[in-house]
Design a protein around this ligand. Structure first.
Ligand code: SF4
Ligand code: SF4
Length: 205
């Protein structure tokens, strides 16, 4: 019947004693517990931004492009853009002289879309895009949040922590098949002996 109090206590539920029913003693007990923790426990908070947090190597901050000898490792294969769930990555490829053959003419990541999932890092066959430790980004407008090559490329020396961590995470059962090899950064078909032999075969056909 509406307005009739119903006792919802379960069987065996603890009943409050006199002091607990007074309520205030329990409040002071709780405050005492909090103050004991404040003085006896290590501090977990920072005076941000004066004090900065340095994340562990496993941390996924904003994605960056690895710069090696002044150039990006990226071969503009588009895999990261296809894998990116919020479609934050876009690029335009261009052919180039030399064995690498392709590189991005422009490469952009919309940091307002990025969800820091790390899929781009996982799929990249060149270890060209990896997650950095940078987490404090602010933008004045939406255009500012679109990072081009100028802001995405970071020298690999500054990314050594993450690159070492990635190397340590590789499955040893792959027997190095997933290790980044610098000489493998040249996906050259032009210089491939296979193409030369194919051309010779065709010439004799
Ligand atoms: S971290 Fe995830 S969301 Fe961000 S660019 Fe890479 S794939 Fe896209
Ligand atoms: S997956 Fe790697 S190599 Fe391919 S376009 Fe993305 S960053 Fe470049």
């Amino acid at each position: 019947m509406p307005g009739t109090p119903v006792n919802t206590a379960t069987a065996g539920e603890r009943t409050l004693n006199f002091w607990e029913r007074l309520y205030l003693p329990e409040v002071f007990k709780g405050l005492g517990y909090s103050f004991r923790k404040i003085y006896n426990e290590p501090m977990y908070t920072f005076q941000y931004p004066e004090e900065q947090w340095y994340p562990p190597d496993s941390y996924r901050g904003r994605p960056v492009l690895v710069e090696e000898e002044g150039k990006t490792r990226c071969v503009s294969c588009n895999l990261c853009a296809r894998a990116c769930p919020p479609m934050a990555i876009s690029m335009k490829s261009q052919e180039m002289e030399g064995p690498k053959e392709r590189e991005p003419e422009w490469f952009e990541i919309n940091m307002l879309r990025c969800i820091y999932c790390g899929f781009c890092e996982e799929v990249c066959p060149e270890e060209a895009i990896i997650m950095s430790k940078e987490y404090d980004m602010t933008f004045q407008d939406r255009e500012e949040a679109i990072f081009g090559l100028d802001r995405l490329m970071v020298p690999k020396e500054r990314l050594a922590d993450r690159l070492d961590w990635l190397a340590a995470q590789r499955n040893p059962d792959s027997q190095g098949a997933w290790a980044h090899r610098h000489d493998n950064n040249h996906h050259s078909l032009r210089e491939s002996p296979f193409l030369a032999s194919l051309a010779a075969d065709l010439a004799h056909a």
